[in-house]
Design a protein around this ligand. Structure first.
Ligand code: AMP
Length: 239
């Protein structure tokens, strides 16, 4: 069965980390991160791309049509691949567009995982976050430093020493990103709750505890069978 899952949460909640773990598990779904796609545009050619990258630097969301276009293209190119959407949708407009794009291929969002983390913890995580430029693995600078006797910190996964802080992972830009999140993205929590798709986990738990909880919930939801039409006929429903 093909599944599509959305990860929701403020910057630093652990969406990227958990989406990577989930994509590497048994469900045969791919991670798609709009942030990663946008960051991979190193030499923007169009005005629209230039404006999008500027918005990122200032901690603002890039316009809906840009990210909807990126996701739409990916779904069109690989209509038979289920996705874990990491950082998309981030507005109600994007959420509606996602539903329409998936519906076109007989698909739907199966579950929305909200990673809940309080703002103080986010500031600490974000300002200490290091990303491996080689394989994309994410680390906390303090934990990584403590795990080595060397002055040189290396990626535990691929051994690269190309570990960098993201340009927008500074206290100043983070404040703007948080504002954008609470203003434009947080309303999606209610939206997906009302659609009965929301699953909230404590984003401060251990990485592996969170991953286990998410996997268990997916299994539970995939195995809860909708009543068949025969069952429905047996109920004495009077309208
Ligand atoms: P992320 O890597 O998910 O933290 O995203 C980094 C930045 O990319 C955000 O602060 C936004 O500027 C931009 N971005 C990523 N995804 C979206 C989205 N779905 N809608 C608008 N902007 C986005």
């Amino acid at each position: 069965m093909m599944i599509d899952i959305v990860f929701l949460g403020p910057p630093g909640a652990g969406k990227g980390t958990q989406a990577r773990i989930l994509a590497g598990q048994k469900y045969r779904i791919k991670q798609i991160s709009t942030g990663d796609i946008l960051r991979s545009i190193t030499q923007p050619k169009t005005d629209m791309a230039k404006r999008a990258l500027q918005s990122m630097q200032f901690g603002q969301l890039v316009p809906d049509d840009v990210v909807i276009g990126l996701i739409g293209e990916t779904i069109e190119q690989t209509p038979n691949t289920g996705f874990v959407f990491d950082g998309f949708p981030r507005t109600l407009n994007q959420a509606d567009a996602l539903e329409t794009m998936l519906h076109k291929h007989g698909r739907k969002v199966h579950m929305v995982v909200e990673l809940n983390v309080d703002s103080d913890a986010l500031v600490n995580r974000i300002t200490k976050r290091l990303t491996c430029l080689h394989c994309g693995s994410i680390y906390n600078a303090d934990t990584l430093q403590a795990s080595t006797d060397n002055a040189l910190v290396q990626c535990a996964k691929c051994g690269s020493s190309d570990l960098q802080q993201r340009e927008d992972d500074t206290q100043d830009v983070l404040n703007k990103r948080l504002l954008e999140y609470y203003k434009k993205t947080a309303p999606l929590i209610g939206y997906y709750y009302a659609k009965n798709l929301l699953y909230t986990v404590n984003g401060l738990d251990d990485i592996s505890t969170i991953a286990d909880k998410i996997a268990r919930e997916i299994d539970k939801r995939m195995h809860s069978v909708a009543p068949s039409s025969a069952d429905a006929r047996q109920t004495n429903l009077v309208l």
